[in-house]
Design a protein around this ligand. Structure first.
Ligand code: DP6
Length: 364
């Protein structure tokens, strides 16, 4: 694996101040990443839909300073100074410092906000860290004496984002991104996400994801703890090969438009992720009673209405309801009438697939 390509060679030092703002999305995995080795290398390839509306907007003010021992930054979240995120960001800067030596030479003011409610149980690390990675790449582009091309820019941003949070590597582009080296995905890599470059069947275009907020509390198992549980897990090896096999199958499904197989594969991936947690040591149950109620209602609706609705889950109790765009009106009615009662404060978020990071003028 060639990481040297990400160590910058020729940087100028004449930029005294720069402010950049990026909006980057969350993503939802269809084949899950669960298990990693150092430094943030996935045990299997994963693939996700990039979302459109669930996103983070982050601006960074870079102010040239004398070289420091450790990167210096302040963090504001939704307008208020916030030190809770600082340790994660500090670890991120440490991991990327070799690839972004300029983080020692600029003081940074980071301002960030999410489009989705904070502590909605929606993981903000994917959108949050990919947004910081894009901001860093904007500084690098400005400092670079070589003309950084668009592909390198995105690839390195994904590479950096991965070092902050694995799933963040899949939040730079869209609508489908694969992260993790896989024989059947051209240019795929353990180091960064790559767009799924096959022609996808029309039924999977503008796919809908309505996120049912079953449990908005703090994550019961942090992803770091969760991934570590795979180290001595009795079923780990089978799981990793199953995931790689599922990527191969899903590639054909996405090309052929075989939505029935899509439903089977995606729901099985979600339940397998939870099965890994049910069978780890220590074990965890991350679903709530309402998660199961919703799953059963989805199955009932699918059968009765001849629908192609299905679900997936993250490492938590919330349910992502996935369905083709042409079912949107009916499914939203079903969600409002039948499923919203299982959500905290009846809350759910309507989203669909999107195209990845966007540079914007300012955070406001
Ligand atoms: C269940 O990317 O949050 O959402 O690399 O430790 O930050 P870290 O983990 P993270 O793990 C996400 C796991 C998942 C499945 C997925 O998104 O593929």
């Amino acid at each position: 694996m060639n990481t040297d390509q990400f160590i910058p060679e020729s940087l100028q030092n004449t930029i005294s101040e720069l402010k950049v703002t990026w909006q980057t999305p969350s993503n939802i995995a269809l084949v899950k990443y669960w298990g990693k080795s150092d430094p943030q290398i996935p045990k299997n390839a994963s693939i996700s839909f990039t979302l459109e509306h669930c996103h983070t907007v982050t601006s960074i003010d870079f102010i040239k300073a004398k070289r420091r021992e450790l990167p210096k930054f302040d963090m504001y979240f939704e307008g208020k100074k916030n030190d809770d995120f600082k340790p994660k960001i500090a670890t991120f800067f440490k991991r990327i410092s070799q690839y972004c030596p300029y983080v020692f030479e600029y003081d940074m003011i980071i301002r960030s906000k999410n489009s989705f409610p904070h502590s909605s149980g929606i993981a903000s690390s994917a959108s949050g860290l990919s947004a910081i990675a894009m901001c860093l790449m904007s500084l690098e582009k400005a400092l670079s004496l070589d003309n950084l091309n668009d592909q390198f820019f995105k690839q390195k941003a994904s590479f950096l984002a991965r070092l902050g949070s694995g799933s963040a590597s899949r939040s730079i582009e869209g609508p489908l991104v694969v992260w993790g080296s896989h024989d059947e995905i051209k240019e795929s890599s353990d180091l960064f996400g790559v767009p799924f470059n096959e022609e996808v069947a029309p039924i999977f275009k503008n796919y809908q994801d309505t996120i049912l907020l079953v449990d908005k509390g703090e994550k019961q198992v942090s992803s770091t703890v969760g991934h570590n549980l795979m180290h001595d897990h009795p079923y780990a090896e089978q799981r990793f090969s199953q995931a790689n096999e599922n990527i191969k199958k899903l590639k054909q499904i996405l090309i052929n438009g075989d939505i029935t197989s899509f439903i089977g594969l995606v729901e099985s991936e979600a339940l397998t992720l939870h099965a890994m947690m049910l069978t780890s040591d220590p074990y965890f149950i991350l679903m709530k009673p309402n998660t199961l109620q919703i799953i059963n209602e989805i199955w009932r609706y699918r059968k009765e209405q001849n629908s192609y609705i299905c679900f997936t889950l993250d490492a938590g109790a919330n349910v992502h309801v996935l369905y083709p765009e042409k079912e949107k009106e009916k499914v939203l009615q079903f969600i409002e009438n039948q499923l919203s009662k299982y959500c905290q404060k009846n809350q759910y978020i309507c989203d669909n697939t999107g195209f990845g990071a966007r540079k914007i003028d300012d955070i406001e």
